[in-house]
Design a protein around this ligand. Structure first.
Ligand SMILES: [Zn+2]
Length: 496
């Protein structure tokens, strides 16, 4: 199967992938999705797309990373229905207001017969989870009650859709959690931030800053919202996981109560966290990719190692050796492929580089004779020579540690370069044009700062992302927009 596919592709893929990613990121992103076969946008429902194996395999690994981390921290998996009755949905006022314009409604079944009430195709699942929480949570002993599900959700986006970045159906994890106190739910937010650091930054190498969002940009129904923003090469922020303190906004209407130690009945405090896997995938490829195509961190690469037999037609022992190595690597749990198609060496090298496979092994008659193999690292584009007996050791050491470390450090350095401080609106404008994330003195992130944020949005097409949640920063001077005394250090950037 793989062989057939390669042969078919070789017809039209002789041209190598080469787009200046930093200069033309938008074009790079569109073209790499096509070239690497990540997703096909030709599906005949607008805003919906087909995810192809090269992204699905990687996103499956990303799901695993997040789910393992969540389970380690005591979250239990659930699978909820994708339909939510309208009556549930209407219980929390801000939630309805925020989500109603984006909901797909299921209204009839069979031969056009209407349902008694409309059913929402879940855009998010607070109103599905919490009615069940009300049935399950009885006493303080049940708390904390920590759950999650991996699921797709549907939102009727009115902005232009783009594969992975914004589509009308996307794949995510949502956690939903109940606590006895506000303090406990705030600690959950801290834990969500640690989960984000472990997976997004340490394991996937994507840099970000967690911002507490302004009052006017909170999740619909939340008391406070924290979003992790990374930056794409064209200087736009991309919100990756976000976590929300919901207070008692949902536990009240859904009656999620518990009997405390003293016998009194109390409302729980709720929290939710949502790493969007398909969007994080966009973050990963945007962060690590280069002008020749994708660059995957080893742990989530759809295929981690490709073996290229050289001159196998002249020496059958080459293919035999390649397959023997393949079996050995497979037994050790790696995702591996042997490319024995009839493409030229050059074509094969370019093709697998474009696909972002972390390690390429070359074996030919010369290597066989000298009992060594050549390993090419996609991240450094450097070759090394190795005794085949040391291969597993090398992969464990290099693949699992050095590659991700190198990718992360490279990404961190770039991200750091793009953090700027502007002293006035002119400087803010300049830094935004130069595609940065800009630190400014700002009047307020409460309601009364919304006007200044509106001016920034209108005149500079940038948004106030909020204040940093990881460190405390003190303003000095005046709001760069209105000139009133600044109460907060905020960040502005263009966004996806
Ligand atoms: Zn202001």
């Amino acid at each position: 199967m793989a062989k057939e596919k390669n042969e078919k592709n070789s017809e039209n893929e002789k041209v190598t992938f080469n787009i200046d990613k930093d200069k033309n990121f938008s074009e790079w992103f569109t073209e790499i999705i096509k070239a690497a076969e990540l997703a096909d946008i030709r599906y005949n429902v607008k805003g919906f797309l087909v995810f192809q194996p090269w992204s699905v395999l990687s996103m499956e690994s990303m799901y695993d990373l997040f789910e393992k981390e969540l389970q380690k921290k005591g979250h239990k998996p659930y699978w909820y229905p994708s339909l939510i009755p309208e009556s549930n949905f209407m219980l929390e006022k801000d939630h309805v207001e925020g989500f109603a314009p984006e909901v797909f409604w299921v209204t009839e079944h069979g031969a056009g017969e209407k349902f008694e009430e409309r059913l929402a195709l879940r855009p998010t699942s607070e109103t599905a989870f919490y009615q069940m929480f009300a049935l399950w949570i009885r006493s303080y002993r049940d708390l904390p009650f920590k759950t999650y599900q991996r699921a797709q959700v549907w939102r009727y986006e009115t902005k232009a859709t783009r594969p992975f970045l914004r589509s009308r159906e996307f794949y995510w994890i949502e956690t939903h959690n109940a606590f006895a106190s506000l303090e406990d739910s705030k600690n959950q937010v801290k834990e969500d931030m640690e989960t984000t650091e472990t997976v997004l930054h340490q394991k996937l190498g994507v840099p970000y800053i967690f911002f507490e969002r302004p009052a006017w940009d909170k999740f619909a129904g939340a008391v406070s919202t924290f979003g992790a923003d990374t930056l794409t090469p064209d200087g736009k922020t991309l919100q990756l996981p976000s976590t929300h303190i919901l207070g008692q906004n949902f536990s009240k209407p859904f009656n999620v109560v518990f009997k405390d130690k003293d016998g009194s009945e109390k409302l729980t405090y709720l929290n939710c966290y949502g790493p969007c896997i398909s969007r994080i995938f966009a973050g990963v490829i945007a962060t690590h990719g280069d002008n020749s195509g994708l660059v995957f961190p080893f742990e989530i690469a759809p295929v981690q190692i490709v073996i290229i037999p050289i001159a196998a037609e002249k020496d059958p022992a080459v293919l035999k050796m390649a397959n023997k190595l393949k079996d050995e690597l497979f037994e050790n749990g790696y995702r591996i492929e042997v490319d024995d198609s009839d493409k030229t060496m050059g074509e094969k090298f370019y093709y697998w580089e474009m696909k972002g496979i972390p390690l390429r092994i070359e074996i030919g008659p010369k290597e066989l004779k000298e009992n060594h193999i050549v390993i090419f690292r996609r991240d450094t584009k450097k070759k090394e020579v190795l005794n085949p007996a040391d291969l597993i050791d090398y992969i464990e050491k290099t693949a699992k540690k050095e590659i991700i470390k190198n990718l992360r450090e490279r990404a961190d350095a770039k991200f750091k370069e793009k953090l700027k401080s502007a002293k006035d609106i002119e400087e803010l404008k300049k830094y935004l044009e130069e595609r940065n994330l800009v630190r400014i003195n700002f009047c307020s992130l409460e309601k009364d700062g919304e006007e200044c944020a509106g001016i920034i949005e209108k005149t500079l097409t940038a948004k106030i992302r909020g204040k940093r949640a990881d460190i405390q920063e003190n303003p000095s001077g005046n709001c760069v927009v209105c000139g009133k005394k600044a109460n907060v250090v905020a960040y502005a950037a263009k966004e996806y």
